[in-house]
Design a protein around this ligand. Sequence first.
Ligand code: FPP
Length: 237
Amino acid sequence: MFRKKEPEVMRDLPTHVAIIMDGNGRWAKRRHLPRTAGHAAGSKTFKEIARYANKIGIKYLTVYAFSTENWKRPEEEVKNIMGILRDYLKDIDNFKDENIRLKFIGDLTRLDSDIVELIAEAEEKSKNATGTHLNIALNYGGRDEIIHAVKSMMNENIKPEDITEQVLSDHLYTAGQPDPDFIIRPSGEYRLSNFLIWQSAYAEYWFSDILWPDFKPKHFEKALESYMGRNRRFGGI
Ligand code: FPP
């Protein structure tokens, strides 16, 4: 296990890790269970990995919980995922001691009003936490985020000549946060699926066949070890 007291290890840990939590449905299918059982198991994994990231000192963790495209799923499944989120948010007081700072990124206007209220409450309650900044991407799409940023810049009457990469970054949902260094996608898919498409310009990637509900801290460690062995050049030599 990575311990906070090993400076030579800490130095190389990615500051910002992003995870596409994929494979819940296949995990359930293999066990002849309904897809909802896969999401319940995936939610358990999410909590375990967030706790572990905080423990080893990952400063930013972003997880893809629900995309702008996920509304196309059967209504029952959407309801189930929203129910899992609702339960997580209602339970937030029990995670107080974990010192995790919560932020939701995405277009939250389409969500049920009680979820929007619970989100605001959870963000407010955790705002002074000094551990991992945990971003949960909900009704999130990278293209949608860029359009939202462009609209905000236009509403602020920012002149075209004043628009720089930094100005655009400052109008994304992740404004003020460092770009992800490392993106993890389990479940044997090799694509970004509209996740953090602007922010991931120089990210490193790690793919694996493991389905998200089976993803354990030991797999996270393996991924981080792979990251720490890489030489990032950011376009230089
Ligand atoms: C992708 O697997 C998973 C989702 C679209 C939902 C992810 C949601 C959770 C893990 C719950 C998160 C909970 C909190 C509290 C943040 P899939 O269903 O696309 O799997 P498949 O590709 O095998 O069908």
